[in-house]
Design a protein. Structure first.
Length: 503
C-alpha cells in the first residue's frame, strides 16, 4: 500500500479507531534531562488572534483559474484544518509578472501542463500547480482573468479564510493595478483584508526590475503613486506594506510615511539559504537565529513607534523553494511551530508560510488530479491550530542547559483552557518535563512525532496522519502523570507535544 492510499484509508476510518495508548516508547527517566516549566496564569502576554495562521502562494497560480476554486475541496479542507479563519496571501516573486486581463476568460478545462509560457498578451498555457519561484530570473508572464478572481472568492468562502492580494508594481502600471484592485474589491468584498503593491522591493535590483541604486525613498514614492491611483478608483481599498525581504532599513521609513495609509506592516523571513550551500542543514535550521532576532526587534520597535500591527507575510525554512532533506523533513515541523510562537511572543499579528506545487518547503503539496498531501511542516502548524487562539502566559524554564533547544509556550485559550506547546528540537536529548502552575487535576497530551528528525513521510500528530481533505482526529488518548499538582511529560528527543490541562 502506498503512502497516499494509506492516508485516504486512515482518514476514512478515523471515527472507527479505538482509543489506544501510544505505540512508541519513551526514554527512561535516568537518561532524560530533568527540566521544570513554571506557568504564571496571572501574568498574561500577547494575544494570538483567530486569523494568525496563514499560507502564501505565488500570484502566477491564478493563471490557472481552477486551482483556487470552490471545486478544489481537498485543498480547502486542508486549509480549514489549520484554522477556521486564517489568511491566504497571493503574491511572491511572480506577482511582478502577472497582468490583469479583463478581456480574457480562460477555459475551465485545465491543460495537462506543468509550465507557463508566452508573453503578457498571449500566454501559451497555465500550470496545474505553481511552486515557489526561486527568483533567479524574470518569471514568465501570466494573465489573470476575472474568472480566476471569481473562483478565488468561492475558494475563500469554502475555507472561511480571508485574503491578502498582491498587485504588480514591479512591471505594471498604476492604471492597471487600479482596474484589477477594483474588480478584486468588488468580488472579494469584506474578506479582502489588504492589497500589497509588490513583493520584496528591496531585491528588485536582483532580477533587473529596478537599477542597483534603487532605494527606499524611490520605492515609497512609487508606492504612493500606485496607492493614489487605486484609492481614486476604490476609495475604501485597504493596504499593507512594504512587504520587504528582510530589510528593517526599509520598514521604518515606510511606517513613518504611510502610518495613516497602511493597516499593517508586512515583511518576509527565511531561516536559511541558498539551498546549494552545504552549510544549510537541519542542525542550523533548529538553532536560534540571530537574523530572526534582529528582524523581530526591528518589528517591535516599529510597531511601538507607529502603532501599526506586523505580519510575516511570507516565510519558510530555506529561500529559493526550500532544500531537499531539510525543508521537507520532520525538523521543519518543530521549526515551524516554534517560529509561530516566537512571532506571537514578540507581538506579531500573523504569519504566512509560502508554498505551492511540490516545492520542498510547501506545507501542502500536490495538484488537483493527483491529490494533496500534508508535508511535515503542516503538522507543526496543526499543533499550533489545536492549541487555538488565546493569550500567551508567562512561563519560565529551569534546568534546560543540557537541552538548550527545548522551547515551551503557555497559552490561555479563548475557550478558557490552559495549554502548553512543547518543542524539543534537541536531536539527541530526551527531556522529563515537570509543568507547574496550572491548577488542574488532569493533563491530556497530544504528541508531534516522526521516526527520525530527517524523516519525510511519517509525521503524525496525536498518533494520526492528516487525510487528503484535511480529515484528522487523535488516534489515542494519553494522560500525563501528576505529581504534587504538576504534570510530568516525557518528551523524547526531536519531538513535540501539546498539553491541555483539565480541572
Amino acid at each position: 500500500m502506498n503512502r497516499r492510499d494509506f492516508i485516504r484509508l486512515s482518514a476514512a476510518s478515523a471515527a472507527a479507531l479505538p482509543i489506544l495508548k501510544p505505540s512508541f516508547s519513551f526514554a527512561q527517566n535516568n537518561s532524560s534531562v530533568p527540566v521544570r516549566l513554571t506557568l504564571r496564569p496571572d501574568r498574561l502576554g500577547n494575544k494570538i488572534g483567530p486569523d494568525f495562521t496563514g499560507l502564501s502562494y505565488e500570484s502566477a497560480q491564478l493563471g490557472n483559474p481552477n486551482f483556487f476554486s470552490g471545486n478544489n475541496t481537498q485543498l480547502a479542507g486542508l486549509m480549514r484544518r489549520l484554522g477556521k479563519s486564517g489568511v491566504l496571501r497571493i503574491g511572491g516573486n511572480t506577482s511582478e509578472y502577472c497582468y490583469w486581463a479583463p478581456s480574457v476568460e480562460k477555459k475551465t478545462t485545465t491543460p495537462n501542463t506543468a509550465s507557463i509560457g508566452g508573453d503578457k498578451t498571449n500566454p501559451v498555457a497555465f500550470a496545474l500547480a505553481v511552486g515557489p519561484d526561486k527568483g533567479l530570473k524574470p518569471s514568465a508572464a501570466v494573465n489573470i482573468a476575472p474568472l480566476a478572481v471569481r473562483n478565488l472568492r468561492d475558494f475563500i468562502d469554502a475555507t472561511g479564510w480571508k485574503l491578502i492580494y498582491g498587485l504588480n508594481m514591479g512591471t505594471g502600471t498604476p492604471e492597471a493595478a487600479a482596474a484589477e484592485a477594483a474588480y478584486v474589491m468588488d468580488t472579494i468584498g469584506a474578506k479582502l483584508i489588504a492589497f500589497q503593491l509588490c513583493n520584496e522591493p528591496d531585491l528588485f535590483y536582483r532580477n533587473g526590475i529596478r537599477k542597483a541604486d534603487y532605494n527606499s525613498d524611490q520605492f515609497n514614492d512609487e508606492w504612493q503613486s500606485f496607492y493614489k491611483a487605486i484609492r481614486a478608483k476604490v476609495p475604501n481599498a485597504p493596504f499593507a506594506g512594504p512587504d520587504t525581504a528582510y530589510n528593517n532599513d526599509w520598514l521604518v521609513p515606510f511606517a513613518k510615511r504611510f502610518k495613516n495609509e497602511a493597516i499593517f506592516l508586512s515583511q518576509h523571513y527565511y531561516a536559511e539559504g541558498p539551498p546549494t550551500d552545504p552549510s544549510m542543514t537541519i542542525e542550523r535550521l533548529l538553532r536560534p537565529s540571530p537574523q530572526l532576532q534582529r528582524e523581530l526587534e526591528g518589528m517591535q520597535k516599529t510597531v511601538q513607534e507607529y502603532g501599526l500591527p506586523f505580519r510575516l507575510a511570507e516565510t519558510n525554512s530555506c529561500y529559493r523553494g526550500g532544500k531537499q532533506g531539510v525543508s521537507d523533513t520532520f525538523a521543519s515541523a518543530l521549526w515551524g511551530a516554534d517560529l509561530m510562537y516566537q512571532l506571537a511572543s514578540a507581538g506579531g499579528m500573523g504569519i504566512n508560510f509560502h508554498g505551492g506545487g511540490y516545492g520542498w518547503y510547501t506545507p501542502i503539496a500536490g495538484t488537483q488530479p493527483d491529490g494533496f498531501l500534508a508535508r511535515p511542516i503542516y503538522y507543526g502548524m496543526l499543533l499550533f491550530a489545536q492549541a487555538g487562539p488565546g493569550q500567551l502566559v508567562e512561563s519560565k524554564l529551569e534546568g534546560a542547559e543540557q537541552a538548550p533547544l527545548l522551547t515551551a509556550y503557555g497559552l490561555r485559550s479563548d475557550s478558557g483552557a490552559m495549554r502548553v506547546a512543547l518543542l524539543n528540537k534537541n536531536s539527541e536529548k530526551a527531556v522529563r518535563l515537570t509543568v507547574a502552575g496550572a491548577p488542574a487535576q488532569r493533563a491530556g497530551v497530544l504528541r508531534l512525532n516522526a521516526p527520525r528528525i530527517d524523516d519525510t513521510t511519517d509525521t503524525t500528530f496525536g498518533g494520526a496522519v492528516v487525510g487528503a481533505d484535511g480529515a484528522w482526529s487523535p488516534a489515542y488518548s494519553e494522560q500525563a502523570s501528576m505529581e504534587n499538582g504538576a504534570a510530568v511529560v516525557e518528551l523524547p528527543a526531536a519531538s513535540g507535544a501539546l498539553v491541555t490541562f483539565e480541572r
